[in-house]
Design a protein around this ligand. Structure first.
Ligand SMILES: [Zn+2]
Ligand SMILES: [Zn+2]
Length: 119
């Protein structure tokens, strides 16, 4: 049992620089729980909240949803990122989603955006 929802702890969303920025958007949290439930496997949050400095350091987009605490880059254990992306695209139509080789970006901005950065 996580401290913010069934499977997640606030710490998993925290900025990796250690600054303490760790807001958790309710809608994002619900989508992650749905993904976790659908695949029934551990879901790893590689990067969720990012302060402006850390976002710059990792080369994130200037208006990145990560800086607003509304995005998460995730992998589901033993599930290909394409399968995660397909599920989100087909079922969570209000979500924005980015396809990458080794993870899937999910965010809950108002206007849906999809992109593909796979090599
Ligand atoms: Zn930070
Ligand atoms: Zn991302």
């Amino acid at each position: 049992m996580g401290d913010i929802s069934t499977h997640f702890n606030r710490q998993e969303f925290a900025c990796r620089c250690g600054c303490g920025f760790a807001v958790v958007d309710k809608q994002l949290n619900e989508v992650l729980e749905a993904i976790r439930h659908h695949f029934d496997r551990p879901l790893i949050i590689n990067s969720a909240c990012r302060c402006a400095d850390y976002n710059k350091k990792v080369g994130g987009a200037k208006k990145s949803q990560h800086v607003l605490g509304m995005a998460a880059d995730i992998t589901v254990m033993n599930v290909h990122p394409d399968s995660v992306a397909d599920y989100v695209e087909n079922v969570h139509k209000a979500c924005s989603m980015g396809r990458y080789d080794s993870f899937t970006h999910i965010d809950v901005r108002n206007v849906v955006a999809h992109w593909d950065e796979r090599s």
